[in-house]
Design a protein around this ligand. Structure first.
Ligand SMILES: Nc1ncnc2c1ncn2[C@@H]1O[C@H](COP(=O)(O)OP(=O)(O)O)[C@@H](O)[C@H]1O
Ligand SMILES: [Mg+2]
Length: 257
């Protein structure tokens, strides 16, 4: 059975793309057939695995707005075992273009359903908003992973995200669940980071992964080389952290119904 996961948080710059690129590539490198779908018009997940959005002719935009089959929009083997559905800037228009369209919330879901038997893991990178693109992602997957930055305002907006998850669960996708919260960009030198981490664990208990991803220069450098951290610098602390995050997510398979 395929596992489908979206990485979501309506705040920008909180580590969504870094998390999805790192985990998806680790899963692929572990030998699982993996599809990464970029649903953020910024296309950072696309560049993160070495594809230039300006050089692609079909993308997630065509899938959502024109209902092009996913098989016609994906780029195969961007990494061993990993296919990519890239995102381009025109996806920004899809937020508005989708509004009057038939079954607008379920377009990604139906596109995925035709290829899901080809994969073990399908990951979706969400944009920093709770609009139509994020709704399409959450309607299409069974699991949401929420990265939280260990900073003062980390929990701000989380309630809104969880409410949306619940609404989508009730209205569109009963299988949807938040399967993990990942604490990222942890700065061990500040007491604040420690306090935030503790507060999040008190609130969310076992949902919070044991692994905490530290702030790491190497993680911020990797995208400019178009490489996931495990390829860019496997010896770095950031790579080690995301290997542990990936293991925790793979482990969760055993707990799923
Ligand atoms: N653990 C980390 N340490 C240092 N920099 C990070 C870390 N995680 C992400 N970054 C950097 O922070 C910025 C925002 O991260 P990104 O994953 O793009 O967030 P989002 O997708 O939520 O907007 C990027 O420049 C990224 O390289
Ligand atoms: Mg992003």
């Amino acid at each position: 059975m395929v596992r489908t996961l979206a990485v979501a948080n309506q705040k920008g710059g909180v580590g969504k793309t870094t998390t999805v690129v790192s985990v998806a590539s680790n899963v692929a490198l572990a030998g699982f057939r993996t599809l990464l779908i970029d649903l953020d018009p910024q296309g950072n997940a696309t560049t993160g695995v070495g594809v230039n959005p300006r050089e692609v002719s079909t993308s997630s935009y065509n899938v959502l707005v024109q209902q092009l089959p996913l098989s016609g929009a994906r780029i195969q083997n961007v990494l061993p075992n990993m296919d990519l559905v890239p995102a381009t800037l025109d996806l920004a228009g899809a937020e508005v273009e989708l509004v009057p369209m038939f079954s607008r919330e379920l377009r990604l879901r139906s596109a995925i359903s035709l290829v899901e038997n080809e994969y073990d893991y399908i990951f979706v990178d969400c944009p920093p908003s709770l609009g139509m693109l994020t709704i399409n992602s959450l309607a299409a997957v069974n699991e949401v992973i929420v990265p939280l930055q260990c900073e003062y305002y980390a929990l701000e907006g989380l309630g809104q995200l969880l409410t949306n998850v619940q609404l989508i669960q009730e209205g569109l996708n009963p299988d949807l669940q938040v399967s993990a919260i990942v604490l990222v960009m942890f700065d061990a030198r500040t007491r604040l980071a420690e306090q935030v981490a503790q507060e999040v664990r008190e609130h969310f208990g076992e949902l919070v992964l044991t692994t905490v991803v530290p702030r790491s220069i190497r993680l911020s450098e990797a995208p400019s080389y178009g490489q996931p951290i495990e390829i860019y610098d496997p010896a770095s602390a950031g790579a080690a952290a995301y290997r542990a995050v990936t293991n925790e997510i793979l482990e969760a398979t055993k707990k799923l119904p």
